[in-house]
Design a protein around this ligand. Structure first.
Ligand SMILES: *Cc1c(COP(=O)(O)O)cnc(C)c1O
Length: 422
């Protein structure tokens, strides 16, 4: 083995890491566990653990219904304004509500409603399936002959940019893409693609779930129309924490929320019998926000804002490159394939390695080797890097474990059938 695969290199990289001190701001319940699934569920910030007690005991326990006038009513917008700083939006362009899937439904429906003469929707086959399911369901519900075109990636890794550009035309209403795709971490050029989509007269909806908190995003600079994203991955908001949505300022008054509930009406506590939308983005709220989970999003955002998203991205790039180096030296000879882009600019913050025994290797990593990645069919072992707490030493340990899973035949113990949650 060459020097570069030596653990001493990893230790030097950790020692020189300007973000190293952020790891201790998270709860690390099991220091022996190499957690590489922060792109599925981010770790718990220590301040969030404290805040949970405060919100439940003090706010709910003592203030009871008075809490609504003591900060709860404004929380969706206030937390949204912090997310806005991470995604290049103005504070009044982002609000927290519902789930990513529900927000995608609301925004896609609103976008189609203002473009009645256009019937085509474009997405790609790297898209998170829920996004496609939502669009398919919306099309059925509308019954107006809309068509979803799922454009195929050339290799299952890279976004089909050329094919998407070719499909743009007068009848395309909406393009829905993940900025960073969930399997390969391919990352689109948001500014270039948004410009091309606008030139064709269509609107774009970016799903930021796998990008926000991992890389700088500038929705305003790109002129993006719409975006959604979840808060429980790189934003460390907690399991099932509510999602966010973005609508460019000048579009807000033109778009209508198809799920027009009281929290999005102009005066919820007048209990008027006819719906009137709130001014601005507030109209895209629907029902009562989940205050406890919503409140717990803020500590993770504060950590990211304190670290600075440029510094987070710089470390993420160093770490994905380091892992690719390890793959090349230690893992490629054992049949692991790199299923993520080589080009830095086009890569997000996880590395997918394909292997014909991928699912069984994944089980061996989890049960025998103290490494927790996740698995995405057909053969991807996803190694998520969350720069606020992932160390180079952990990446080194993961590579050694991936090697051991094959060399020491750990994977042979496991059946080829998938458990329920991978
Ligand atoms: C994680 C993720 C989601 C999650 O959607 P939920 O409605 O929160 O379950 C949606 N889209 C993408 C691209 C994701 O990565």
């Amino acid at each position: 083995m060459s020097n570069h695969s030596d653990v001493a290199i990893a230790e030097q990289l950790d020692a020189a890491d300007p973000l190293a001190k952020f790891r201790q701001r998270f709860v690390i319940a099991d220091p022996g566990l190499v957690y590489l699934d922060g792109n599925s569920l981010g770790r718990l910030p220590k301040t969030a653990a404290n805040l949970a007690g405060q919100v439940v005991q003090e706010q709910w326990g003592k203030r009871l219904v008075r809490g609504w006038n003591e900060g709860w009513m404004d929380l969706s917008a206030r937390v949204g304004a912090k997310i806005a700083q991470l995604i290049g939006a103005q504070s009044r362009e982002v609000i927290v509500a519902d789930s990513t899937s529900a927000n995608l439904f609301k925004l896609a429906a609103a976008a189609l409603a203002v473009q009645p003469s256009r019937r085509r929707i474009l997405s790609d086959d790297l898209q998170f399936p829920s996004d496609l399911y939502i669009l398919q369901g919306l099309i059925d519900l509308l019954g107006q002959g809309h068509r979803l075109e799922i454009v195929a990636s050339p290799d299952g890794i890279h976004g089909p940019v050329e094919a998407l550009l070719q499909r743009l035309g007068e009848d395309v209403a909406l393009v829905v893409l993940s900025l960073t795709t969930f399997k390969s971490a391919y990352t689109y050029d948001m500014a270039a693609l948004t410009a091309a989509i606008h030139k064709a007269g269509a609107m774009v909806l970016w799903d930021l779930s796998h990008a926000a908190g991992a890389l700088p995003i500038d929705l305003n600079a790109a002129g993006a129309d719409l975006a959604v994203g979840c808060t429980y991955k790189y934003l460390n908001g907690g399991p099932g924490a509510p999602a966010y949505l973005y609508i460019r300022q000048d579009l807000q008054e033109r778009l209508a929320n198809p799920i027009s509930g009281w929290m999005g009406s102009n005066r919820p506590f007048e209990f008027a019998l006819d719906y009137r939308p709130a001014a601005g983005l507030g109209r895209f709220l629907t029902g009562t926000p989940a205050i406890v989970s919503l409140a717990l999003i803020e500590p993770g955002l504060d950590l990211l804002l304190e670290a600075g998203i440029e510094a987070v991205r710089a470390k993420s790039v160093r770490q994905t490159e380091y892992l690719i180096d390890l793959w090349e030296m230690l893992l490629a000879p054992l049949g692991y394939r790199l299923n993520s882009p080589r080009q830095t600019q086009r890569r997000g913050s996880h590395i997918s390695l394909g292997h014909s025994e991928g699912l069984r290797i994944d089980q061996a990593l989890i049960h025998d080797l103290c490494v927790l990645p996740d698995f995405r069919a057909p053969d991807n072992i996803r190694l998520g890097i969350a720069p606020l707490y992932t160390t180079f030493t952990e990446l080194h340990a993961a590579a050694i474990a991936l090697r051991a899973a094959i060399v020491e035949r750990h994977y042979e113990k496991y059946p080829a059938a998938a458990p329920h949650v991978t």
